[in-house]
Design a protein around this ligand. Structure first.
Ligand code: URP
Ligand code: ZN
Ligand code: ZN
Length: 474
């Protein structure tokens, strides 16, 4: 009896995983990788990848899509445009946030977020939770049940008035993470310091976008990072510090690791490719495009982040895509006005450019190995949030989420991107690579043209995080 024909064979691939690089054909059936080897039999469809690197599709474990905002603000990207951009830039799984509003049940936030995603996504997706109101019911009933149902990670904010938790609340939420085996992500900036500095800047008339960086110096990130580490130590639970921007937070994480604490860290393209000067060197408003928190730092801090990416300090490289149009009343100009930095919505777009930027400057720029690139952008995020080995690797049985790379020079132009934001902070930058083909679950979604299919993206319930040892097993 002959074996059934493969649906698709990607031939002559230079396959790169987090651990190995080797030449092979990749055989795909029913959306999964079923064979890896030399000289696979002919498939119903063939793609020749001769001379090209093939990596697992990216897992962007920190991006914001269609997250409900207080009017007039509205995110530019929903699950349609956001995952379209993701796929065209080589990302095949996204994990945005179902955010609880204060007073809202967590389950209601999750149900609302499913309605926003359903039938719209072009990539597979999972949800993190944002816990902003840890009532006894949330802590004792909703969170444990949602963790069991596949929402195994949540974000805790130490800043932003509508989201932040105090230390006692953080301890309560971390205790739930420990008891039920979830991964806690922490946005570490000291809210009171930021408010105190902001008021002083405003009193001095310093309200241009560039003063956003003055209101959030590294000290406020350093203090909150240390506090988050201490709170996690008290509870004895792993944590992951998100969007780390520079030296002072990095030092705290290194210190924690030296104590034997399980503290993971994430960084993002803006801390490698932007500096505070991108928020403006004068009082012009265009710097609002790069207002995000923590703010980008300086060249020396970029080097610290590159070192941390290479030496294992960072486990995850995410976009923190937070899409607001620049020239729009629902975006960076609330009600159509140029406003004081306190009122500029925080965040920058980056879903589509995350992988090409790091591949170009990291791998082809000689700053990191191809295998480390895969680990940071796909394998570790899948492990950290309970999606590995289905996602984040190239292996028998894994979903056929793949990127075939085209190593060629191109100039980044927002006009060529696929998000619904009217700018990219990286406009005019020369890149050295872009995905030639992106496959999601064995289907070509991008090959220089975007190929939508309604309802392609599936919701992924997450399992137990496997990046960290489970303290409950100790
Ligand atoms: O400025 C940022 N990072 N905005 C997005 C929300 C967040 O804190 O991740
Ligand atoms: Zn954050
Ligand atoms: Zn974020």
């Amino acid at each position: 009896m002959t074996a059934p024909r493969l649906d698709l064979v990607i031939r002559n691939a230079r396959v790169a995983t987090a651990s190995d690089t080797y030449d092979a054909d990749i055989g795909i059936t029913a959306g999964r990788i079923v064979q890896l080897g030399a000289g696979l039999p002919e498939g119903a469809r063939e793609i020749d990848a001769a001379g090209r690197v093939v990596t697992p599709g990216g897992v962007d474990a920190h991006c914001h899509l269609d997250q409900p905002m207080a009017p007039p603000l509205r995110m530019a990207d929903d699950f349609d445009t956001g995952t379209r951009a993701a796929a065209c830039g080589g990302t095949t799984t996204v994990i945005p946030f179902a955010a609880q509003e204060k007073g809202q049940s967590l389950r209601a936030a999750v149900a609302d977020y499913h309605r926003r995603a359903e039938g719209k996504a072009h990539t597979d997706y999972a949800f993190h939770l944002i816990v902003s109101d840890p009532t006894p019911e949330v802590l004792n009933e909703e969170l444990p049940a949602l963790i069991r149902e596949g929402y195994t990670s949540f974000k805790i904010y130490m800043t932003y008035d509508d989201l932040k938790l105090d230390d006692g609340q953080i301890l309560d939420v971390l205790a739930v993470a420990r008891q039920h085996g979830a991964m806690a992500m922490i946005h570490a900036e000291n809210a009171d310091c930021i408010e105190w500095l902001t008021k002083r800047l405003e009193a001095a008339g310093r309200t241009a976008p560039r003063f956003h960086a003055h209101a959030r110096p590294m000290l406020v990130e350093r203090e909150a990072t240390h506090r988050a580490i201490s709170l996690a130590e008290l509870v004895d639970v792993p944590i992951l510090i998100v969007h780390v921007s520079g030296r002072e937070a990095v030092e705290q994480i290194r210190w924690a690791r030296a104590q034997g604490l399980t503290v993971y860290a994430e960084t993002c393209p803006q801390y490698l490719f932007l500096t505070a000067a991108d928020l403006g060197v004068d009082d012009g408003y265009h710097g609002a495009k790069c207002v995000c928190s923590p703010p980008p730092r300086d060249k020396a801090n970029q080097d610290v982040i590159w070192n941390g990416l290479n030496d294992g300090l960072f486990s995850v490289f995410s976009s923190d895509h937070a899409p607001f149009r620049y020239d729009a009343p629902e975006g960076k100009k609330p009600d159509g006005e140029e406003v004081a930095f306190r009122h500029i919505p925080n965040g920058i777009p980056g879903l589509e450019t995350r992988l090409p930027l790091l591949y170009s400057e990291g791998v082809l720029g000689g700053r990191m190995t191809l295998n480390r690139f895969v680990e940071l952008t796909a394998t570790n995020p899948a492990k950290a949030y309970g999606l590995h080995p289905r996602k984040g690797t190239i292996a028998i049985g894994s979903d056929a989420d793949l990127v075939i790379w085209d190593e060629r020079e191109l100039v980044l132009r927002n006009a060529n991107l696929h998000h619904a934001v009217d700018y990219t902070p990286y406009e005019g930058r020369t890149l050295r690579a872009w995905p030639a083909v992106t496959l999601v679950d064995g289907e070509v979604v991008w090959d220089g043209h975007f190929h939508p299919r309604a309802g392609r993206g599936r919701f992924l319930p997450c399992g137990e995080p496997t990046l960290a040892p489970n303290p409950r097993r100790a």
